[in-house]
Design a protein around this ligand. Structure first.
Ligand SMILES: [Zn+2]
Length: 144
């Protein structure tokens, strides 16, 4: 029995760790994408300023502008790669956690799911409980 409990707990911890690591991984990707977007914005600004400066000076060098554009293109590809990674991460996570989703996260019990008509509403939290129970299933408040 103690072993079952231990296994159950370690299973839950694995799931929590998985959720946490997915969350951290997702945040890391989001931060990276945001950085790339900022870089792209800066490069566009620089390309524009450089282009204008060269044009004003009467020496417009297309190659120099193109080097900015190439850098932008590289970063845009990196963003796409990151977004793809994010999709894969979410899919992988759903597959693993989905197997035991009912056990991992019981569906929230809404008042509508309680026996209609004769439900007893908890005075403390408003949860609809079966009329046969002594304590609220949500907050544990004594019902009678
Ligand atoms: Zn309650």
């Amino acid at each position: 029995m103690a072993l079952d409990l231990k296994q159950g707990i370690s299973k839950q911890i694995t799931k929590i760790n998985m959720k946490t690591s997915t969350f951290l991984e997702e945040n890391k990707i989001k931060t990276y994408i945001a950085t790339l977007e900022t870089d792209i914005h800066d490069l566009k600004m620089k390309a524009g300023e450089t282009g204008y400066a060269m044009w004003s000076a009467g020496k417009f060098d297309v190659a120099q502008i193109e080097s900015f554009y190439r850098e932008i293109a590289v970063k845009q590809r990196q963003i796409q790669e990151q977004e793809q990674q994010m999709r894969e991460l979410i899919m992988k996570n759903q597959q693993v956690l989905g197997q035991n989703s009912a056990e991992a996260a019981p569906p929230p019990v809404t008042p509508a799911a309680a026996p209609a008509g004769n439900a007893v509403f908890c005075p403390k939290c408003g949860e609809a409980c079966a009329p046969t129970v002594n304590f609220c299933k949500r907050c544990g408040n004594k019902l009678r």
